[in-house]
Design a protein around this ligand. Sequence first.
Ligand code: FAD
Ligand code: NAD
Length: 498
Amino acid sequence: QVPLKPGRSLMDWIRLTKSGKDLTGLKGRLMEVTEDELAKHNKKEDCWICIRGFVYNVTPYMEYHPGGEDELMKAAGTDGTDLFDQVHRWVNYESMLKECLVGRMSVKPVAAPKEISTLSEEKKQLNGMLPEKKAQAASAKDLIPSYDWFQTDSLITIVIYTKQKGMNAELVIADCQDKRLRGEIIMDDHSYLVEVDLDHPVQEDVAVNIAEKVGKVEITLKKKDNIHWKMLGQPLESHNTFKKCTDRGLFYRKCKLVSKTEVTHDTKLFCLMLPKSTHLHVPKGRHVYLKQIIAGTEIVKPYTPVLPFLPLNFKEPSHHEGARIYLMIKIYSCGLFTQALDHLQIGDYISVSNPEGNFKKTQIQTSEDVFLLAAGTGFTPMVKLLDFALAEVSSLRTLKLIFFNKTEDDILWRNQLEELALKDERFEVQFVLSQPTKNWLGKQGKISSSLLSEFVKRSKKDSKVLICICGPTPFTEQGVQYLRDLGYSQEEIHAFTA
Ligand code: FAD
Ligand code: NAD
């Protein structure tokens, strides 16, 4: 992010888009844009960018872009889809830039997302059984999941054969809304999708059963009427496809706000209840996107689910039910999204996306020394990591949280952290304040090389270390640099970023 001039906030942009001003300079006309035409608009004072086949005149948006004008100019006069996806695939540009729409590209500039399989012929019959000759020719597709379905008087069960061991509840995301079933299986950076407009209505609840060893996933729905179904339903656009996760759009479901409790003077714990028709467990280290319509524009921001509290007993792995998502969110007095969030009433609904992020639990599973460097709400991804490391990482010797805040009042879950440190001798917490009062006897300052060399140390020579870092971007960037200078390798450091 770069500092924006006064009067150039997101809210100011929304106001401008609603002012009726002609932002494209085309007086409301839409045009077909050729590549040559697009290329001509490559200057700050005349800048067009193509995203997913649509061309926007982003000239008026320049001063409002949180990433700065130079970032936007990288795509000037070209197809910026890849660049956009790398930086913020989740930003709802269609809504934010709708008044800047110039038109469509006359020749589609981007290749369709790479699909390994669409099995399009099969879409027509939808009973999941491959014709014999197709099955013989399927060797190249052997690793791609397939599905089948069956029914009893009252149930419909969709069986997905992932052909992969180690399936678990976090890798299955199922939603059933208004007769539309969407079942996604995450397999590394790809996902397999069953997406069907069901033949008949079903009841609200969805059950997911996983046979981990054989990689079989069953999604069971309850029929509303006990009649015999002739088919599962009509395939939807992405039905039976196996694609890179990043080539799929974000899917949202509406969740109910069931409680909102104070954590500190400006931070609250929001508890959202997933619909009964959703199966979703957000993996540790991953975030979700919340979507709200603010002043008529869809705005999306990422948040990292935490636990309702820090468990203190790690004898048994904790089984947190998947029906609720807890988010610890700092409400900024001038924050566009968090102000709107804070105004939600208990019982209101908000859209929550599928999880995203690149942390893999294998990174921590065999670690001996784990260091968590958190600043402010950068504490949020550390919550589940703390729990997981203490409960399930048998190799763990030391776990240290170094928690940077401005003042004592800003420290999130301070009592719980101190209690945990007393209870579990593997865990230690160090608070560092950048704006302490005179009474503060603890560590002061910001992240620095000397502070890191004092606190981040291997418990024995060659011990397996993981250092996770999360906070404001400059904090994370400086931290990573100091750690690299101190000799920690890239594999030993995980930085949480957007
Ligand atoms: P904004 O309107 O963005 O403003 C926030 C503050 O910054 C305000 O004080 C504003 O005046 C100032 N500001 C904004 N833009 C600029 C600018 N360009 N120049 C100068 N000042 C500016 N937050 C949490 O609380 N909990 C989480 O669990 C969490 N998880 C996250 C996970 C990820 C992967 C990422 C990337 C961020 C996460 N965040 C989290 C931050 C969150 O996404 C929002 O950025 C945050 O809630 C602020 O949103 P806002 O719209 O209310 O504030
Ligand atoms: P804050 O402003 O209260 O600052 C907390 C501490 O961060 C400060 O005490 C200081 O030690 C450090 N810090 C702040 N600015 C710094 C700078 N420029 N250089 C070095 N150190 C600095 O923090 P906050 O308002 O709670 O913000 C938390 C940040 O963490 C947000 O930017 C949020 O987007 C980010 N976050 C990211 C993720 C993620 O990427 N996965 C998750 C959660 C939060």
